[in-house]
Write a protein that binds this ligand. Structure first.
Ligand code: BES
Ligand code: MG
Ligand code: ZN
Length: 498
C-alpha cells in the first residue's frame, strides 16, 4: 500500500474517505479540515447519530470537490493513550474499509489533534494496526472473494517533523509488513504444502547478492553435522533440511547477531502422538522459523546496517518406522548425549544443534524463536510470549521494545536450581523434565541453555501468540506474525552499527 503525507487540509483530499479523530471540547479543526468540513463535523457531532463512545467510527457522506466522499469520525481520548490504542484503532479501521470496499483514505494525524510535537508514533501505530487489519489468508478458498486491494493511506499533518518521518520511512514500513505477511502466509499454509523442502525453496527464492541462502539437505552431512535435526527429521519422507541465511549489512565490522528459528513443519508428537485437541494446529510449529526468516528479509530489504546469520532447522516430527523413539540416546552436535523420553519434546532437540552451530562464529547475541512449550501458553495465555535470557540487560532491552510496539512478552526464570531436572542417569541430559507438570517452559529453556555455552542469548517461546483461535484486536486470528516487528525493531534499536 502506498503511504503518503502532505501538509494541506483535508478539504483537498483526493482519497475516497477521510478519517478525523475527535474528542470532547477539541480545539477548532478548520486549519486541518477547512471550514466546510469543520461545519459539517460540528453538525454531525450535534446530531443523534454521533456519540462520544470511544473507538467507534461514525461515517457520513459529504461532497468535496464535486465528489461524494465518506468522512469517518472516531472518538479518541482527550489525552494521548498508549500507542497500542492507536494500533487497535488502525486494525478496526482496516476491517471497516474492507467491508465498505474503500481503497484509499486520508487521516488527520493524531499528533495534530493532540498538538504533541515530540512523539511521531501515534499515527505510525495506527498505520501498523491498519496493515495488520488488511491481512487475509484466502489461498485455499475455492471461491475467492472479489478482490479488494487497498491502495493508499495519506497522512495530513501540519507538523514538518511528522511529514519528514512519514516521507523517510513509508517505504520501509511497507517492506516490514510484506515480511509480516510472508510469515503469516508461511504459518497459515497447511503442512502438506509447507514441508521442509517447500520452506527451503521459499527461502531460496529470496536469495540474492545481499541475502545468501544455503540449504543443507544431504542426509549423510546432516547426520554428521546436525545429528539431532537428522534424528528428529528422519522419520518422515519429507526429509529434514538445515538452512543458513546470511545478511551482511555492515561489512566494515566483524560483529553479527545470530537468529535461530524452530522449523517443525508438522508436529504430530511422533511416537508420543499428540491427542485430538492438541494436534490440529501443529502446522504452526514452524512459526519461529517463519519469524526469523521474515526478520532477516526485513534487514535486507530495508538495508539495515547490521550483520545477521540465521539458522533454521526444518523437520517434520512424525510417526513412522524410521522415526526416533523414546529410550533412544542421541549425541548432539556439541557432543552432549540426550536420553529421549518423549518424542514430542522435539523442538529443543533441533534447536540444540542450531544454537550450538550459532555459537561457533562468535555472535554478539543469539536469539532463538520457537513454539516450544504448551506450558508457556498455560503460564502466559495466548497473547504473550515467554522471554528467557542468560543476561539481564538483554531481557530488559527486549522488554522495552515489546512495550513500545505492543507485542507482549514476559520474562520467565532460568533457575539454576532446576538445572538438574534435565540431567539423565544414563546420558548427559534428558529431553523432558524429571518432574511432570512443573514449569515446563523453564525446563525447556534450561535444556536449550546447555547448548549456548554462555554466549549472550535470548529465547522467545511464542507457542501462545504465534497462532490465535479467537480474534485479537490487532493480529486478528490464525497466524499472527507475532515477533517479526518485535525482533526487527529490537535489532534496529540495539544492534545497528550507526
Ligand atoms: N510444538 C509443541 C509446543 C506447542 C504447544 C506449540 C501448543 C504450540 C501450541 C512442542 O513440540 C511440544 O509438543 N511440547 C511438549 C513438551 C512436553 C512433551 C515436555 C508440550 O508442550 O506438551
Ligand atoms: Mg512436540
Ligand atoms: Zn513442537
Amino acid at each position: 500500500m502506498k503511504i503518503s503525507c502532505r501538509k494541506k487540509t483535508a478539504l483537498n483530499s483526493k482519497k475516497d474517505a477521510v478519517l478525523i479523530p475527535v474528542y470532547r471540547n477539541m480545539r477548532p479543526l478548520k486549519v486541518l479540515t477547512g471550514k466546510k468540513i469543520e461545519d459539517q463535523i460540528n453538525e454531525m457531532i450535534a446530531s443523534d447519530y454521533f456519540s462520544y463512545e470511544e473507538k467507534e467510527f461514525t461515517g457520513f457522506f459529504m461532497e468535496i470537490g464535486g465528489k461524494l466522499k465518506k468522512i469517518y469520525l472516531v472518538t479518541v481520548p482527550k489525552d494521548p493513550a498508549d500507542h497500542r490504542y492507536y494500533t487497535e484503532l488502525g486494525g478496526s479501521f482496516a476491517k471497516l474499509l474492507k467491508k465498505e470496499r474503500i481503497t484509499s483514505f486520508s487521516i488527520l494525524a493524531f499528533e495534530d489533534i493532540y498538538m504533541e510535537k515530540r512523539d511521531c508514533n501515534f499515527t505510525k501505530s495506527f498505520l501498523d494496526g491498519f496493515f495488520f487489519g488488511q491481512y487475509s489468508f484466502d489461498t485455499f478458498k475455492s471461491k475467492q472473494e472479489k478482490s479488494y486491494l487497498f491502495e493508499e493511506a495519506e497522512v495530513i499533518t501540519s507538523f514538518a517533523k511528522l511529514k519528514r518521518f512519514v516521507d523517510e520511512n513509508a517505504e520501509n514500513w511497507n517492506s516490514i509488513f510484506e515480511s509480516v505477511y510472508l510469515a503469516k502466509d508461511l504459518i497459515n499454509t497447511p503442512p502438506a504444502d509447507m514441508t521442509p523442502q517447500i520452506f527451503a525453496e521459499k527461502a531460496l527464492s529470496f536469495a540474492d547478492e545481499n541475502l545468501k541462502v544455503e540449504v543443507i539437505d544431504d542426509m549423510d552431512v546432516l547426520e554428521k553435522d546436525f545429528p539431532l535435526v537428522h534424528a528428529v527429521g528422519k522419520g518422515s519422507t519429507n526429509l529434514p533440511k538445515f538452512l543458513k541465511i546470511q545478511y551482511n549489512g555492515a561489512p566494515e565490522v566483524d560483529k553479527h547477531v545470530a537468529l535461530v528459528g524452530k522449523g517443525v513443519t508438522f508436529d504430530s508428537g511422533g511416537t508420543n502422538l499428540k491427542p485430538t485437541g492438541s494436534i490440529e494446529d501443529m502446522k504452526t510449529d514452524m512459526s519461529g522459523a517463519a519469524t526469523v526468516l521474515a526478520v532477516t528479509k526485513i534487514a535486507a530489504d530495508t538495508g539495515m546496517k547490521i550483520n545477521i546469520k540465521t539458522y533454521i532447522p526444518l523437520v517434520e516430527n512424525i510417526i513412522g518406522s524410521c522415526a526416533y523413539k523414546p529410550g533412544d540416546i542421541l549425541t548432539s552436535k556439541m557432543g552432549k548425549t540426550i536420553e529421549i523420553l518423549n518424542t514430542d519434546a522435539e523442538g529443543r532437540l533441533i534447536l540444540a544443534d542450531a544454537l550450538y552451530e550459532a555459537t561457533k562464529t562468535d555472535p554478539e547475541l543469539i536469539i532463538d524463536v520457537a513454539t516450544l512449550t504448551g506450558a508457556c501458553v498455560v503460564a502466559l495465555c495466548s497473547h504473550c510470549a515467554g522471554l528467557f535470557s542468560n543476561r539481564k540487560f538483554l531481557a530488559k532491552n527486549m522488554m522495552d521494545t515489546s512495550g513500545a510496539i505492543g507485542e507482549d512478552i514476559w520474562e520467565l526464570p532460568l533457575l539454576e536450581a532446576y538445572q538438574e531436572r534435565v540431567k539423565s542417569d544414563i546420558a548427559d541430559l534428558r529431553n523432558i523434565s524429571k518432574q511432570k507438570g512443573e514449569a515446563g517452559s523453564t525446563v525447556a529453556g534450561l535444556f536449550l541453555q546447555e547448548f549456548v555455552d554462555n554466549w549472550p542469548w535470548i529465547h522467545l517461546d511464542i507457542a501462545g501468540p504465534a497462532y490465535l483461535k479467537e480474534p485479537h484486536p490487532v493480529f486478528g486470528n490464525h497466524a499472527t506474525g507475532f515477533g517479526v516487528r518485535l525482533l526487527a525493531e529490537f535489532l534496529k534499536n540495539n544492534y545497528m552499527t550507526d
